[in-house]
Design a protein around this ligand. Sequence first.
Ligand code: BGC
Length: 768
Amino acid sequence: MIPTTKYARRAARWLVDSVMGNGLAQRENEATEVGSVSAEASSLTRQAAAEGCVLLTNDGTLPLGADDEIAVFGRCSLDWFFMGHGSGGDVNAPHTVSLIEGLQEAGIRYNRVLAKVYSGWCATEENAADPGWWGHWPTHYPEMPVDAELAEAAAQTARAAVVVLGRTAGEDADLPLAPGGYYLTDEERSLLDVVGTAFKHTVVVLNVGNLIDLLWVEELGDKISAVLVAWQGGMEAGAAVADVLFGKTNPSGRLAATVARAYEDYPSSTTFGNKHHVNYTEDIYVGYRHFDTHAPQKVLFPFGHGLSYTRFEEEIVSVELYGNLVGARVRVSNVGTCSGRNAVLLWCEPPKGSIPKPTRILAAFGKTGLLAPGESTQLDLVCDLKTLSSFDRVSRAFVLEEGDYQFDCTDAASGIRIAERRIVEKCTPLCQSSDELRERILQNLPDEVGAQTEEAQDKRISFDDVRKGAKTLDALVANLSQAELEALTCGEGLMNSKLGAPGNAGAFGGITSDLRERGIPAAICADGPSGGRLQRTCSLLPCATALACTWDQDLVRRLYGSVAEELRASNVDVLLAPSMNIQRNPRCGRNFEYFSEDPLVSGKMAAAVVRGLQDAGVSACPKHFACNNQETRRNTSDSRVSERALREVYLRGFEICVREATPDLIMTSYNKVNGVWAHYHYDLATTVLRGEWGFEGVVITDWWMRPARSPEFSKLHDNGYRLRAGVDVLMPGSMSHVLQMHSRPDGITRAELQRTARRVLAYLLTRS
Ligand code: BGC
């Protein structure tokens, strides 16, 4: 409930900003310093924002002609939503370009009278865009009423109308299922009607972070000539959209999530937003996996949909099996009339078999370079058989059933035959019962390092000794006091650490004077993922959903590489990114930070982010592991998911990212997964992440965690429970002291403390 009087609102804002889970609220996060933003970052941001635009419909009105005068409607043309809200959005950009500014910069002729009416209306105190506050950001801004007279007057001189509609959501704030949220308001609907009637050509630009109801596109029929989803494209968004509208950039974006005809058509709609627990009743049938298999008639715009100003033909030249990989060569020809890029989505239809499966699975994807009319190229796409296989509960393995696997892209198909059922990968059994888990954990307890050795006695081994190779890491670990070991398992305690640039999200590692005397450095974290969220200016990137819609992993890698330079200049060690939860439902407040409903797209795009950052010397921290698929009660809600859906959908993207890009860190999520908080989840953090996928980095919590007692070890709670699960560092820290040191088996052992300290120190060594 939003308080209504001015003072009540101010008081509520102060309170919420101060005590929200994420302590660095926007009130405290305004830029006080100017950071360095490279020309490369600006130009890659613009390119990515343009290439992420998805053209849903076009009757030929787009691209607009350079000499056309246009009339721009919709207040978001000025009050553009550049980003979503919360830790994943609120970056202090050095500058932003709204659509009106983008058009101005490009020298486009637009109806100035109308523009003046809008700017005058928006500038009044009554209509000014309300920035909101933590968790209570407005999801839309009220529209200026437009009557037929105003629209017709503009239509006298303008050839086409461009109507901008905007939405935003954010952390702690799912998009409401209401007008102004998932649905259009009456004013927005009327705006489309009035403008669509007055103009022969009406182009709608959607400035959104979430997919919203789009049935009106069909209902309004001929009144709407084209619909472009521009997302929240970061600081250069307006320039990028102008590039697309006027054909400087040929749109090549494609949807990375399905647009259903109605909200109720999403199978998650019956459980999304539940407060205590959320049953993932749709199981593996998320997004196109559901629609293709069970409800093709409920799709308005399918996953992968996106138009271009030219036409492409795709031909599968070959499909071959090499061990556990399928290689497909696809020939792409531009058979249209202008240059463009084409994203190729390679689908696989698996045989029916005995395990129920989706009708088709995205097997691989790639993107061509710019092809001139008449030009062709070949893309070599590789698909890991695990992507096509099914998790079989009986054999506890990913299996590929025998039969024909048919591969196809837009207009071609080819197949491979798997002669007999294959085990692609055996999996470790996950938690069967508390007793069984207790036994497994006990069997894997580490041994103490250097207990009786000389190193343990040798006073003051320093970090430098290890760095120079004079001492081993184990010697240093053995040499640390109990207090030092404990300090390495917790962050410093607050956000905005004095050890880092103002506005950082916290520090871990050398956070006490004892540790620093040994030369152990602190690692500084910053949010992530839309750029560096600091109290200094930093490039504001397009939201992750837009990046996924580019289908261009290399562009995403270069984009984050360019931001890494800015972060290094601010001494940031870790960008808390990519956010990579699955878009299970279109209303999740953080969908803008997430890539897709599909794990392959999420995993590959996240891997590109990780490579971009880490190759340029900044660590990545994919998050939130796992099943943070809604913001409603994210701190307390239990995501109840079958092991099959977990492994094939919700963990799979993380797995791809970990195996392909080796992130330095991983962040757990706030929610429970099948009854256990993710930050206490041994099977997630240890059995699967480290055991199966070989992750060797540092696992950190999301910011603060819930107190709880371990069901397996009655004397362990909070930090002890966490450490035994294999979650190394509590961020940003605190929960005072700490560990329940008792003798084996129930208490935390010195060896377990050492194991965590070793991981943190090994990480810090890579940075020095
Ligand atoms: C968010 C994380 C973020 C952290 C630090 C949490 O509230 O869930 O994604 O990295 O705060 O700002």
